[in-house]
Ligand binder design. Sequence first.
Ligand code: SF4
Length: 211
Amino acid sequence: MKTIFNKSLIEKYDKPGPRYTSYPPATEFTESVGKEDYKKKLLESNQGKRPLSLYIHIPFCESACWFCGCNVIISHRKDVSKRYLDYLYREMELLGRYLDKSRKVVQIHWGGGTPNFLTVEEMEELFSKMKENFSVDEDAEISVEIDPRYLSEGQLETLRQLGFNRVSMGLQDLDEEVQRAINRIQPESLMRDVMKQLRELGFKSINIDLV
Ligand code: SF4
């Protein structure tokens, strides 16, 4: 029988390794880069007039998936996001001071965590703060990660009205045994319903994550 797997390769990588979601990774951040360096780099970056991408991290989730390696805070209390958003608005305001307003934001991504942890009102407020502090291009790709298990009334409609055109959601696995093993129970019917709604609302691009 033909061998499909390379055993020595599996043994070589069968150990915990770094998970790179940004470069340089957070483990390499040091105090040697201070706020003046940061300000200088931001101002220097304006010289090329290059467009901008914005990533907004919403770290809250209602329940933990066992496979997850993201930076998350598990909470059932909806009010935890308030303080976080206040700091986020402050950070956007500070950044907005140093970035040239003629630089268009051509990509926006709300990731997490679970951005649909936010209420409809919080989504609207966050979006309007983004527009206050940055020049969002009218053709920008605007995407959001959602957890279909915790979607509440009006959230998808609100995101679409705000201008979101791309959605990414975790399907993970349809096998119920796998779902139990990863602590993510999510019926296929729910996925189909959400997928249908997204198509009807006119989201241009829909991505699903598999575990
Ligand atoms: S919902 Fe997403 S971010 Fe939250 S714990 Fe599960 S996989 Fe991680």
